[in-house]
Write a protein that binds this ligand. Structure first.
Ligand SMILES: Cc1cc2nc3c(=O)[nH]c(=O)nc-3n(C[C@H](O)[C@H](O)[C@H](O)COP(=O)(O)OP(=O)(O)OC[C@H]3O[C@@H](n4cnc5c(N)ncnc54)[C@H](O)[C@@H]3O)c2cc1C
Length: 395
């Protein structure tokens, strides 16, 4: 007897229920409210589900959520500044305004999924997509339990291990990072709790370590981690390097839960659409220099929802998605960061370090950018002028 595998129908199927997928759905429904109940998000985990992430959400991302009236109200730590430490010194800058917050993704994503569901998005958790296909007239996502969803458009928001990305014909990408994080008690070395701390002591490491204030189950802790942008297949003993940082706080890395995951940086030449399938968020690529990706995922989602709504009304071409991203503020910002990663993690690193340490405005401009605060022309001009001086060949 032939087995029966149910096929569900929708207008848009989104694979992945992280910030990129959920914001795509929210933005789509705002642009096309008639699609309520016709937009499906398939999430392999069950909310509230953990996502390894330090949770530093730039104000840029929160502003987009507020604009969608979808800002999750979850426990968090407000952030006003950043500090940068390297072998040559340290600099800390704080603004009067809040530039972001540190959230726990287990809470944040579940709250966002609930908001989406209340707006009319069909959020199906526990649905692990194992393959997708596009027969020209529709795209279909097939789940491990035999269910399938067929739709006019399929959005891949399934993160770093994206199966939709494979179906689009792309490899994992060249800018891959490995990341390890732990949550520990704060110590007296940690300083004020409204600052994100970045440490780039080790010039041999294309990456950095971080100490971010966080709240876990009501407890004020510090998320410490290490980011390593890989060149090819080389592996670094992250546990050992992060362990050395923890040891400065008198902490033992073997006593805390190690959370390891990968990230994917944005490559400007990558094609982000094929047929009826589009990629967003980390499935497409995020900032390779810091690994910041939450605000970027939100920005991708907001733009993608609008793009798909317009395409379904035949006011835009679905396949123009790559071009749309490249020409957007997000695409230009990511392309600049990708270029900066080659400088910072290359031979120009000492000069970039000295720029951040010596310039009275570079780190402040970084804080404003993270916070989505209006850029100050004078500040930007000064940073560019200082960078140009440092870029001159040494005699
Ligand atoms: C250790 C670590 C620390 C980080 N810290 C920060 C930080 O402090 N600030 C910051 O901005 N960024 C940080 N990032 C990056 C950030 O977590 C990601 O860039 C961001 O979550 C990307 O959002 P997304 O929605 O594209 O993907 P994700 O958040 O990864 O969401 C993808 C979703 O798809 C689901 N999924 C995957 N495969 C399938 C499938 N086959 N079927 C169905 N569902 C599927 C997953 O379960 C997940 O819910 C960090 C990353 C790591 C690894």
């Amino acid at each position: 007897m032939a087995s029966y595998t149910p096929v569900h129908h929708a207008d848009v199927v989104i694979v992945g229920g992280g910030p990129a997928g959920l914001v795509t759905a929210l933005s789509l429904l705002r642009a096309a409210p008639e699609l309520a109940d016709r937009v499906v998000v398939l999430e392999k985990g069950r909310y509230p589900r953990e996502k390894y992430c330090a949770g530093a959400l730039g104000g840029r991302g929160d502003a987009i959520l507020a604009d969608l009236d979808a800002r999750p109200d979850v426990p968090g730590v407000d952030v006003r500044g950043m500090s940068f430490v390297c072998g040559a010194g340290e600099r800390e800058e704080k603004l009067d305004e809040t530039i972001g917050r540190v959230v726990r993704r287990v809470e944040f994503d579940a709250a966002l999924a609930l908001i989406a569901e209340r707006r009319g998005v069909r959020v199906v958790d526990g649905a692990k997509v194992t393959s997708v296909d596009d027969d020209g007239s529709a795209a279909t996502a097939h789940a491990a339990d035999g269910r399938s969803w067929r739709a006019r458009v399929l959005v891949g928001a399934d993160g770093v291990g994206s199966s939709v990305r494979k179906a689009v014909g792309l490899g994992p990408g060249l800018l891959r990072a490995q990341v390890l994080e732990v949550d520990t008690e704060p110590t007296e070395l940690d300083g004020e709790r409204d600052v994100l701390r970045f440490c780039a002591f080790d010039r041999a490491l294309p990456g950095y370590t971080w100490d971010f204030p966080t709240i876990v189950d009501g407890r004020a802790l510090v998320c410490r981690g290490i980011y390593h942008l890989k060149r090819g297949d080389e592996r670094v003993d992250l546990e050992n390097k992060l362990g050395a940082q923890l040891a400065k706080h008198g902490q033992d890395i073997r006593q805390v839960k190690n959370k390891r995951f990968a990230e994917r940086g944005f490559e400007p030449a990558t094609t982000l659409a094929r047929g009826r399938m589009l990629l967003v968020g980390e499935a497409a690529g995020i900032d390779p220099i810091t690994g910041e990706g939450i605000a970027q995922a939100i920005e991708y989602g907001a733009m993608c929802g609008e793009h798909v709504a317009r395409a379904l009304r035949r006011q835009a071409v679905l396949g123009d998605w790559t071009r749309r991203v490249r020409l957007s503020r997000l695409g230009i910002d990511l392309a600049v960061r990708t270029r900066l990663a080659t400088y910072f993690f290359g031979p120009l690193r000492p000069r970039v370090e000295s720029l951040v340490l010596d310039s009275p405005v570079a780190l402040r401009a970084g804080c404003r950018h993270f916070g989505g605060l209006p850029a100050r022309a004078g500040e930007i001009a000064r940073v560019l002028a200082e960078a140009a001086v440092r870029a001159r060949p040494a005699h």
